[in-house]
Ligand binder design. Structure first.
Ligand SMILES: C[S@@+](CC[C@H](N)C(=O)[O-])C[C@H]1O[C@@H](n2cnc3c(N)ncnc32)[C@H](O)[C@@H]1O
Length: 262
């Protein structure tokens, strides 16, 4: 956990009723789920690809099902894997409510193996930037190519070239999220470190509980700065062919999609 600025100050105060977690655990797993619930900028694109390449799909880092659930509803046979049991629990609860029964696995996208191979493997919402090193990204691409894709299958992933977006180190302007019905709010802080090629993320939330008391939550995550050049270098070494590139404009900025064929 790396705390800076405001959250560092809070963490040093040992405040009562304060819970610390990763961004995809505990309170922040639920926060992430509600934050992205209306984000559907990429769903049609995955569906179009499945019409061309096949319906047997695996989503790596599937989280709480932002992509997986709508694609299941559209008739794709989609399985999911994630490294957070909290995100998986939210996903499973949502599926149960909707009478959907996908196979969901706990695992690391870099090493996950399955007893079957897929027409399409998806890695969405810039999740590749959660991998800490170039070596881990190489491991991911190798794993998808060798163990998860059928011959002729595709790997679709996306990333933001933060090196084009962030030109100096330092803290960015915070973002605020208010949830009046729950009497809760969250502040999201980001700190760019160009030397380490990382963007540190901190979150601070307060929520009024049923007794009128205040609960505090502090969260953290880290996005790794990936350039197009570093991705291209990996692709040519592994043997993937780039069959499509697409840019989609979102709140995070311009997201670049790659479609790679085995
Ligand atoms: C940005 S969320 C994306 C969730 C979902 N795909 C979406 O589009 O909303 C990132 C997810 O990646 C998961 N994750 C992080 N590192 C992982 C890894 N090495 N292997 C599998 N999942 C991972 C986190 O637990 C989290 O659920």
């Amino acid at each position: 956990m790396e705390y800076f600025g405001f959250c560092k100050g809070i963490s040093q105060m040992n405040m009562p009723d304060t819970i610390y977690s990763d961004m995809y655990e505990g309170y922040y797993a639920k926060f992430y789920d509600s934050l992205v619930k209306n984000d559907d900028f990429d769903i049609d694109f995955y569906q179009e690809l499945s019409e061309e390449y096949g319906k047997e799909v695996l989503e790596l880092a599937c989280g709480s099902g932002r992509v997986l659930i709508p694609l299941l509803k559209r008739g794709l046979q989609i399985h999911g894997v994630d490294l957070s049991t909290h995100m998986i629990d939210i996903l499973k609860a949502k599926c149960k409510k909707k009478n959907l029964t996908p196979e969901i696995y706990f695992g690391d996208m870099c090493t996950f193996k399955c007893n079957k191979k897929f027409d399409m493997v998806i890695l969405s919402h810039i999740s590749i930037s959660l991998l800490e090193s170039h070596q881990q990204r190489v491991q991911l691409f190798n794993n998808v190519y060798k163990f998860l894709l059928k011959e002729g299958g595709i790997f679709v992933f996306n990333f933001v070239d933060y090196s084009k977006k962030m030109h100096s180190s330092g803290e960015l302007k915070p973002n605020y999220y208010f949830n009046p019905s729950k009497k809760a709010y969250t502040i999201l802080f980001e700190k760019v470190d160009l030397e380490l090629q990382k963007v540190f993320v901190n979150l601070y939330s307060e929520e009024v509980d049923s007794t009128g008391g205040i609960k505090r939550f502090v969260g953290s995550s880290c996005k790794n700065i990936i350039t197009k050049e570093s991705i291209d270098e990996i692709l040519t070494d592994i043997g993937f062919t780039v069959v499509k590139e697409k840019n989609i404009s979102t709140q995070e900025g311009l997201i670049k999609f790659y479609v790679l064929k085995k």
